[in-house]
Design a protein around this ligand. Structure first.
Ligand SMILES: Cc1cc2nc3c(=O)[nH]c(=O)nc-3n(C[C@H](O)[C@H](O)[C@H](O)COP(=O)(O)O)c2cc1C
Length: 183
C-alpha cells in the first residue's frame, strides 16, 4: 500500500506537522512525503505544452511525482487554513494536476489513476474557522485524484491550544487512518 502525503505548512513543527506525524505513526505500508514549501515544485504557467502530448514542460520534483500520484492507493492532504483556504504553495502543487486534466478533458486520452482513499488534515487559529472554501477545493482535488472515499479532519483553535491535545482530533485521525489501512 502506497500513500502520498502532501503538507502545505511552512512550519516544520507546527500543528499540521503534528497531525501528519500522528497519522503516519498509525499508517501501514510505504509513503512518500512532500512539503509544498520546501519541495522543488513550481506552479503551472499554462504554457499548454501538455495539450501537445503527455507530460509537463516544467522539469522539477513533479516529474517523478506524477507516477506516484497515478499509482498510489491513498492520499493525505494537510494544510493550515490561510484566509479559509489551503496555503498558496499547496495550491501551486495542485495547479500542476493540470497536465493530467488536459490529458483527460482536452486530449481525451485515458489517465488510469488508481482509485484512492483519502484523509484531509486542516487546521486554523480561530475557533470559528470557515472551511467552506477548503472543502470545495478538496472536492476538486479528490475528483482529480480519483478519490471518492475521504474524510476531512479540521482542528479549530490553534491560537489557544494544540491539535494533539484534542481528544476528538485524535480519535478522528485514528478513524481516518483506519479507512486508509483497510485495503
Ligand atoms: C496568512 C495567514 C492566514 C491565516 N488565515 C486564517 C484563517 O482564515 N482562519 C483561521 O482560523 N486561521 C488562519 N490563520 C492561522 C493559521 O491557520 C494557524 O496558525 C495554523 O494553526 C497554522 O498551522 P501550522 O502550525 O501547521 O502552520 C492564518 C495564518 C496565516 C499566516
Amino acid at each position: 500500500m502506497k500513500t502520498l502525503i502532501v503538507n502545505g505548512s511552512p512550519r516544520k513543527n507546527g500543528e499540521t506537522a503534528s497531525m501528519i506525524n500522528f497519522a503516519v505513526s498509525l499508517l501501514n505500508g510505504e509513503y512518500r512525503f512532500v512539503n509544498t514549501y520546501y519541495a522543488d515544485i513550481s506552479p503551472c504557467t499554462d504554457c499548454r505544452s501538455c495539450r501537445e502530448g503527455y507530460g509537463c514542460a516544467i522539469d522539477d520534483e513533479m516529474t517523478e511525482l506524477y507516477e506516484y500520484i497515478i499509482k498510489c492507493n491513498n492520499v493525505i492532504f494537510a494544510s493550515p487554513l490561510y484566509f479559509s483556504q489551503y496555503t498558496g504553495t499547496f495550491l501551486s502543487f495542485m495547479s500542476r494536476l493540470q497536465m493530467l486534466c488536459t490529458q483527460k478533458y482536452i486530449r481525451r486520452q485515458p489517465v488510469d489513476i488508481v482509485p484512492k482513499k483519502g484523509l484531509v488534515l486542516l487546521n486554523g487559529g480561530g475557533s470559528t474557522v470557515n472551511t467552506l472554501g477548503a472543502e470545495q477545493t478538496t472536492r476538486i482535488l479528490m475528483k482529480e485524484f480519483n478519490c471518492k472515499d475521504y474524510k476531512i479532519v479540521c482542528f479549530k483553535g490553534s491560537d489557544r491550544g494544540h491539535a494533539m491535545d484534542d481528544k476528538r482530533i485524535i480519535s478522528d485521525i485514528k478513524a481516518g487512518v483506519d479507512i486508509l489501512n483497510n485495503e
